[in-house]
Ligand binder design. Structure first.
Ligand code: SAJ
Length: 445
């Protein structure tokens, strides 16, 4: 099929679509295309997820407004079906790939899932198919990994027998469907004509700007937008450390700095978690390394942010020593285990790092998190006999805590504030020994 014929089928919503990888990105996009009337096949290796989806239930945990209802609607309407069998891809016209692209402990990108998906797809893909990689990949990966693998596994030639593009996603847990519809997207095609056909596809579900470009630009934009955020957060964290040292309050400083035009100082805090921000800067750095360029700013920003959970431990040690207690003899309650407020997603969360290090120091650590089942028991109960509360995530429910009541059950009323939870005068009035990231520490409240 020619690209023009494919574009006509897409415009008439007659094109048969597939999404490989039904995770937090693939599932919402499969549902959205099904909702507007496309026949969508979801291919997923986890049989239990396939079964759950075909029963009309969303496997995505956490608060995702509208997703469960939409999934049930499109599955029962026969527009979305999930399978583990790649063979079923043989009648598909356009195939989106949304598999994980993690980095290993040395921050080297791991493309096993992507390679497997491409090889398996290549064995069954028919002539004239459009393949779109939505996963976040290091700049240059489309040319150096995706294209060769597809040509090798299909025996076909790009732009003669199949078409290829890269359209990175911009979703955020808690707003998956909303972001999908309202965020602009970079649409990278291996040729301008392919990019235009991709725009014709995405405009069925995206109500924001679609920016056609080439693949290398799409790959760079995606990794840069997250590296930008990581560097900005690292800057805020370094200013927090300066404020602690010289006696300032970083939250007050940040508010006033951001009154200056063109300033946007991010939020300092207990660290940077999730599956995007800690990873994507390394994808960018890998491409630079592949071209003999060793970066400085981006890796240092990663180091600063990765160090923040350890800085929380430093604050804890200062606080405990100020009341002649040793950290190894203490009991600590960590408030918040997910990587982000109002989420149950704890991937790469700063709290994971904090808890591991504290337990390695023989500290007795308890965890509370309103969204993560093992940790949902009442804070007042968990705080009993503790020597410190460490706030790591700004879950809304922590604002309703009666800290006066909590203080009564503590052995020592130390509050380590990792997220600017208290304003300074609140700390003074509430009777806690308060130490906060970016604040003058040790003020007995
Ligand atoms: N964080 C800070 N300071 C900040 C902002 C975030 O310490 O100023 C921490 C958070 O506590 C969290 C981590 O960084 O641990 C990541 O937070 P995030 O708000 O960036 O949330 P993510 O990881 O879900 O980021 C995603 C990204 N979206 C995509 O990759 C498509 C990111 O580019 C978006 O900016 C972000 O969602 C968003 O806010 O939409």
């Amino acid at each position: 099929m020619s690209l023009h014929d494919l574009e006509m089928k897409i415009e008439r919503k007659e094109a048969k679509l597939a999404v490989i990888g039904l995770g937090y990105v693939g599932l919402p996009v499969a549902c959205k295309f099904a909702q507007v009337g496309f026949d969508v096949l979801g291919v997923e290796i986890q049989a239990d997820r396939v079964e759950r989806i075909n029963s009309g239930f969303s496997p995505v945990q956490g608060k995702e407004p509208g997703l469960a209802e939409l999934l049930n609607q499109v599955v029962s309407g026969g527009k979305l079906r999930a399978t583990t069998d790649y063979q079923e891809l043989s009648d598909r016209d356009a195939i989106l790939i949304d598999v994980e692209t993690p980095v290993d402990e040395n921050n080297v990108p791991q493309y096993e899932a992507l390679r497997t998906a491409l090889r398996t797809l290549g064995r069954v893909m028919r002539q004239g198919t459009l393949v779109i990689v939505e996963s976040t990949i290091a700049p240059g990966t489309m040319q150096s990994v995706v294209l060769p693998l597809l040509e090798e596994s299909t025996g076909m030639k790009l732009d003669r027998d199949f078409y290829l593009g890269n359209c990175p996603e911009r979703v955020m847990p808690g707003k998956l469907l909303q972001n999908l519809q309202t965020m602009s997207r970079v649409v990278g095609g291996m040729t301008p004509e392919t990019a235009e056909t991709m725009v014709a596809l995405y405009q069925h579900i995206v109500q924001a700007e679609l920016d056609p470009t080439d693949c290398i630009t799409a790959e760079i934009v995606k990794t840069v937008e997250n590296a930008y955020r990581d560097v900005q957060i690292a800057f805020a964290n370094e200013i927090a450390l300066i404020c602690e040292a010289v006696g300032g309050d970083v939250w007050k400083v940040r508010d006033l700095v951001n009154k200056a035009p063109y300033r946007n100082m991010h939020l300092p805090g207990a660290g940077v978690g999730g599956h995007c921000i800690p990873k994507d800067p390394w994808l960018l750095a890998q491409s630079a390394r592949d071209h003999g360029l060793s970066l400085r700013l981006i890796p240092v920003a990663r180091e600063i942010n990765n160090n923040m959970p350890l800085h929380i431990i430093e604050l804890l040690q200062i606080a405990l020593n100020s009341v002649d207690r040793e950290i190894c003899d203490s009991r600590i309650l960590v408030l918040g285990y997910s990587y982000l407020e109002e989420s149950d997603d704890s991937r790469n969360s700063p709290s994971r790092t904090l808890v591991k290090h504290l337990r390695d120091m023989s500290v007795d650590v308890l965890i509370h998190d309103p969204y993560i089942p093992p940790f949902q028991e009442d804070v007042l109960k968990k705080a009993k006999g503790c020597d410190a509360l460490v706030l790591m995530v700004r879950h809304q429910s922590y604002y309703t805590l009666d800290l006066g009541e909590v203080k009564k059950v503590m052995r020592v009323p130390i509050f380590i504030d990792g997220r600017g939870y208290f304003s300074s005068n609140q700390a003074q009035a509430s009777g806690w020994l308060y130490f906060g990231v970016g604040k003058v520490s040790g003020k007995s409240a």
